[in-house]
Ligand binder design. Structure first.
Ligand code: ATP
Ligand code: MG
Length: 184
């Protein structure tokens, strides 16, 4: 279990998190929702160790393989879909996931040749292929239609059978599948 205790984080005079505490169960899915600008990405970055808290603690994340899908795709423009997805894993694993996401025919295309939703799927595939025991997804379904959303969510659920998954989403449709729902 990941335990967050009395976490506070400010940017300048703006207090984003104020004595925030919660527990993230594992394995399983935790959904984090809340208004734009409330601090969801900040919390995710703190859990991933990409940001330092002003005070408070996060325990249970040491020595972990953490996989993150950022709010932006962050793909390498000069690499193909397959090369991007395989960057932290291997081509076979990446190809299997890309194919499951409907990109089997687009493996050799560069991000500039892909649609927004296709790039999104490459970014998610990269994180899933990397594996790890904590997966953090920040608004992963942007630009995906209902069918793709369901396919990607199924892959995420499969992942959360053995690992902790933190899903930041405005869509309350995933709440029924969550072990824990955090509203910021
Ligand atoms: N690096 C930073 N420097 C200054 N302010 C920041 C920084 N990162 C975030 N903030 C501020 O912290 C607040 C929370 O931002 P955050 O990105 O965590 O929100 P969010 O809940 O993810 O919003 P959204 O749903 O729009 O993605 C915002 O007011 C934002 O301007
Ligand atoms: Mg955000």
């Amino acid at each position: 279990m990941i335990k967050i205790e009395k976490l506070s984080k400010s940017f300048g005079s703006k207090k984003v998190l104020d004595d925030f505490s919660c527990e993230i169960p594992e394995p399983g899915l935790t959904v984090i929702s809340g208004a734009s600008g409330i601090g969801k990405t900040t919390l995710a970055r703190l859990i991933a160790g990409l940001e330092t808290a002003d005070s408070g603690s996060i325990t249970g994340t040491d020595d972990r393989k953490i996989s993150v899908v950022f709010q932006e795709d962050r793909l390498f423009p000069h690499l193909t879909a397959l090369e991007n997805a395989a960057i932290a894993s291997d081509a076979q694993t990446a190809e299997r996931i890309l194919t499951a996401f409907g990109l089997g025919g687009d493996l050799d295309k560069k991000p500039s040749e892909l649609s927004g939703g296709m790039c999104r799927r490459v970014a998610i595939a990269r994180a899933l292929a990397y594996g790890g025991d904590l997966l953090i997804l920040d608004e992963p379904f942007k630009g995906l239609d209902e069918k793709l959303r369901a396919d990607v969510f199924e892959a995420v659920m499969e992942f959360s059978k053995k690992s902790a998954v933190i899903l930041i989403s405005h869509d309350s449709g995933f709440d029924p599948y969550a072990k824990k729902i955090i509203k910021l």
